[in-house]
Design a protein around this ligand. Structure first.
Ligand SMILES: [Zn+2]
Length: 134
């Protein structure tokens, strides 16, 4: 029998894997436009507590932040920028590819069809994940 734990987001006890309560909640969670900037900032700040399957977590963070967000943007050094962005308080434009970090003599070609930087629209049905999907 696998070890159980308590969800750090909702407090549900006895869970293994993703929290079923939070996974249900996330399907009907308020949309970005229904939340205050402070609520959005708090949710991104506490994102590590959200114990749901990865895809559900990623889609939720993109909804709250308001744009497609690459996973590496959640690194510790950049997290405060994402929190500010969720609250519409970021005054520096997002740089998801971190192009500013590239040496100036590197030539970069972006191919629009391969560029995932577009608004992600999803429905609750997109979050119907299989039992073993983490
Ligand atoms: Zn939970």
């Amino acid at each position: 029998m696998s070890e159980t734990r308590t969800c750090s987001w909702c407090g549900m006890e006895g869970i293994t894997g993703g929290c079923p309560h939070c996974t249900r909640w996330i399907k009907h969670a308020p949309k970005r436009h229904e939340m205050t900037p402070e609520e959005r900032m708090a949710e991104v700040r506490d994102h590590t507590k959200l114990e749901v399957p990865f895809t559900a977590w990623h889609l939720r963070m993109q909804e709250v932040i308001g744009r497609p967000v690459l996973v590496h943007e959640f690194n510790t050094d950049n997290l405060e920028n994402l929190i500010l962005e969720a609250g519409d308080k970021r005054d520096v434009p997002a740089d998801p590819l971190n192009l500013a970090a590239l040496p100036p003599d590197i030539e970069v070609v972006l191919i629009p069809e391969m560029w995932p930087y577009r608004r992600v629209n999803y429905t609750p049905d997109d979050l119907e994940l299989g039992e073993n999907h983490e």
